[in-house]
Structure formats: C-alpha cells, structure tokens
Design a protein around this ligand. Structure first.
Ligand SMILES: NC(=O)c1ccc[n+]([C@@H]2O[C@H](COP(=O)([O-])OP(=O)(O)OC[C@H]3O[C@@H](n4cnc5c(N)ncnc54)[C@H](OP(=O)(O)O)[C@@H]3O)[C@@H](O)[C@H]2O)c1
Length: 333
C-alpha cells in the first residue's frame, strides 16, 4: 500500500511531540470516506495539540488537524461519491479521530458536509472552525434577540481567527463593532474587517463591582477569565455574550447580578459536536448571504505547507498570530 504524509502527535516520556511523517494507507471501513485533502487550517486548538500546551487529543498517536477540505477519493458511504468536494470542521477530527493535517484522511461520513456552492475549498478553510464558530455565535445571538439598536458588540481576541471572522460577520449583519486586542498595531487590519473602534486590552479598566456602567450591546468573547468577567459587568440589558474561548483563562469569576438585574445572557458556543442541520445551515450562510467579501485578502495571514505548521502553531500560542493560516496540502483540485 502507498504512503502519505501527515502531522502526527506522539506522547512519550518527554511529553508530546509532533512530527511530519509518512503513514501507510489503510483500507476503508464501513461508513468511512477517504478524502484527498486539498487544504486544512490552523486553529488555536490545533496549536494546543501540536505544541503539547493543551490536552486536546484523547489518545496517541493521532494525526492533528480539526479541519479539512478536499475531494472524495473512495467511499464506503452512499452519501459521498468519489470526486465530491467535501469539508469537515470539528466533529472529533484531530481529537478522537485522525485529522486533516494530512494528505489523506479517513473520515466518518457523519463528519463530512458537501462543499456548499458559493465557497471554494480554499475559502472554506480560510474560514474553517474559526469562521464556523463565529457564525454559530452570531446565529445564537440573533436567535436570542440581539439587535444593532442595543449598541456596539465588543469582540475580544479580535486579531485571532474567530475574532477576525466575528468582526466581518457582525459588520455584515449591521452591527457596530469594537475590537478588543492586545495588538494595537493591528488597528488598520481590524478596521478593515469592520471594527468601528479598536481598544487596547492593557488600557481597559476592568472594574470590580458586580455591575459597572453598561456600555456594550453584546460581546463575542475568545478569552475567558478576567475579560469575560468584565464583559458580564458591562453588557447592557438583554444583551448577549457569546462565550467561545479561553485564550486568557478557563476561569470565570462573576456574579449572578448581570443575569438577574440586566437580563444579560451568557451563550455557550461549542463547535465540535453540532447537529448536522445546524452545520449545513451555517455553512450555507457562510457560503451565501453571510459570506464576507474579499475573504482571502482580508483574512488570510499566510498560506503555509505542512512543513511550516509547527512554527505557525507556536506563533498562535504566543498570541502573535493575526487572521487565519491556511495549510495548502494537495494540489488545487
Ligand atoms: N467554543 C468553541 O467551539 C471554539 C471554537 C474555536 C475556537 N475556540 C477558542 O476560541 C479562542 C480563539 O480561537 P482562535 O482559533 O481564534 O485562536 P487564535 O487565532 O490563536 O486567536 C486568539 C487571539 O486571542 C488573543 N490572545 C492570545 N493569547 C492570549 C492571552 N494569553 N491573553 C489574552 N489574549 C490572548 C490574541 O488576540 P489579540 O492580540 O487581538 O487580543 C489572539 O490572536 C481559543 O481559546 C480557542 O480555543 C473555541
């Protein structure tokens, strides 16, 4: 059987180690689809797994990569015929299933979606889990009656993948946005994504009272910790906080006051195990009415190879990245 290259993460006595290595192709089992991967992307979770900074993988060794886009090579499921263009985000890839940072991936059919009309394989991975998560956040906020008239939406971790797409989507949906960032030098980038104002994280007065002056219509939070606690204290009545990430901390110390005195909602956002109809609907929006214009030039920081993934993962963990990394794996298909 022929071999293919993949980024595989091993656990040994010295900790976790990721290597680009050849793997032997295996026969498909029932319900599996073999995807020839064209592109993947790099998310914070991938960076945690590859650098060993977070316990993302359920067992080792495991091929990394929570996202992929490519073409069906062979299929043991009727829903996907050879030649079909497909995408997968989350769904266990790179966690309990081998992932997308590989030339080939065997994926359960349940995890795959047909590439929606309106997106190229490249654009799907420019968005990736980051874009899908931002769309899920916007959908949940809209379903819970978030309205532009309530005031600006603050996006934290704004230069990151999720933050960047959130700014684009919110602007497209008619919301005024404020970008909260640790990188004030990225102001022009953030304004280009749609941010009406750019705030420097270190200059923010977080306050300590259970309720501070309400200034935000709502929030999309990628940081957790003290910043998320601050958001609970400063979102206006009936505003929503989409709780997505923990780039600062997994802790949340706040009180019930914003919830019971302002009707503020903390919306949990979980992008991995999402009901199929939601996934299809959200990708349909991302490919259609919500598709941000000039996706590639505004959002993609760089297109990298599998050989460059480890270095980019360290950039992400250090908080130095901006926008999205797309990993080019196969030829343009
Ligand atoms: N709930 C879900 O299903 C889901 C899905 C996707 C992602 N996430 C989580 O959402 C977060 C963002 O993901 P991503 O893919 O957008 O990551 P990313 O591209 O690496 O962006 C994270 C951003 O957070 C800020 N940041 C990084 N380290 C920080 C630190 N130590 N303290 C404060 N801010 C820091 C930086 O933005 P600034 O410099 O602009 O502040 C950075 O660009 C991660 O925690 C990720 O695990 C969750």
């Amino acid at each position: 059987m022929s071999s293919f290259n993949a980024i595989r993460v091993h656990q040994g006595p010295a900790g976790v180690r990721a290597t680009l290595e050849p793997l032997v192709r295996q026969p498909l089992t029932a319900g599996e689809v073999c995807v020839r991967v064209a592109y993947s992307g790099l998310n914070y979770k991938d960076a945690l797994a590859i650098t060993g900074r977070g316990a993302i993988m359920r067992s080792y060794p495991r091929v990394a990569g929570i996202d992929l886009a490519g073409v069906v090579e062979a299929s043991e499921d009727r829903a996907f015929a050879p030649g079909a263009r497909v995408i997968a985000t989350g769904a266990g890839l790179g966690e309990w299933l081998d992932g997308g940072l590989a030339e080939y991936a065997h994926v359960p059919a349940d995890a795959l979606l047909a590439l929606p009309a309106g997106l190229s394989l490249f654009e799907a991975m420019a968005l990736g889990t980051a874009g899908f998560t931002a769309a899920l956040a916007l959908r949940r906020m809209l379903e819970n009656h978030q309205d532009p008239a309530q005031g600006p939406i603050v996006v934290t971790g704004a230069t990151g993948g999720v933050g960047s797409v959130a700014l684009m989507l919110l602007a497209g949906a008619g919301f005024e946005t404020a970008a909260l960032t640790g990188k004030p030098e990225a102001a022009a980038y953030l304004r280009d994504l749609g941010a009406a104002s750019v705030l420097e994280r270190s200059a923010l007065d977080l306050g300590t009272k259970p309720l501070e002056k309400a200034v935000w219509g709502g929030a999309v939070d990628n940081l957790g910790g003290e910043v998320l606690a601050y958001l609970t204290r400063t979102v206006k009545p009936w505003g929503n906080i989409a709780c997505i990430g923990l780039a600062q901390s997994a802790q949340l110390h706040t009180s019930v006051m914003p919830l019971i005195l302002r009707g503020v909602s903390l919306l949990g956002i979980h992008s991995v195990q999402v009901p199929r109809p939601w996934r299809e609907a959200l990708w349909g929006l991302l490919a259609g009415p919500w598709k941000p214009p000039h996706l590639e030039s505004r959002l993609v920081r760089s297109v990298i190879s599998l050989e460059q993934v480890a270095e980019a993962a360290h950039e992400l963990i250090a908080g130095r990245a901006r926008g999205r990394y797309v990993v080019r794996i196969g030829a343009e298909l």
